[in-house]
Design a protein around this ligand. Structure first.
Ligand code: THU
Length: 157
């Protein structure tokens, strides 16, 4: 019998400690929450993806009266980035959310499983780690890669 340990290092930053690039990305994710369409959950999520061409692509959750037809902020951002700049590589993604009280969440919001899987595809295409910034009200978690958020991912068949 063998044991496999999977270790995840999360760096916890205060907003002021972030690099300028990361601060801008977090700010864009926060702004994107105000363009969310979430009349059903009242949970507004924003995502901002930095591409290697310098562009930042933003997305927000877009809900639908037929609930499963909506999409998360991360997937709206990553699919738009792929559709708009198919040659560009992802460098980092920031995610922020506001709850029913309208305030940014006190704890970071992590991407759902489907979004992790979708983002993983773009990390594979980039051929390098895509950093993941999870922005809460007073702190930002930085994860080294999308892969680190989805151990034992399905990658090929
Ligand atoms: N949501 C996101 O946009 N991203 C996540 O990572 C988790 C959940 C959205 C989906 C739905 O519109 C709302 O948040 C409540 O689940």
């Amino acid at each position: 019998m063998e044991t496999i340990n999977i270790n995840l290092e999360i760096q916890v930053y205060k907003y002021d400690e972030l690099s300028e690039t990361d601060r801008i990305l977090v700010e864009k994710a926060r702004q994107a929450t105000y363009r969310s369409y979430a009349p059903y959950s009242h949970f507004s999520v924003g995502a901002a993806i930095l591409l290697n061409n310098g562009e930042i692509i933003e997305g927000s959750n877009q809900e639908n009266v037929a609930y499963p037809s909506g999409t998360c902020a991360e997937r709206s951002a990553c699919f738009y980035a792929g559709a708009r700049y198919p040659e560009a590589k992802f460098e980092a993604i920031a995610i922020a959310a506001r709850g029913t009280d309208g305030e940014f969440t006190t704890d970071p919001t992590a991407p759902c499983g489907a979004c992790r899987q979708a983002l993983l595809e773009y990390e594979t295409l980039a051929q390098h780690n895509v950093r993941v910034l999870l922005a809460a009200r007073d702190k930002v978690y930085i994860l080294p890669s999308v892969t680190s958020t989805l151990p034992l991912a399905f990658t090929d068949f």
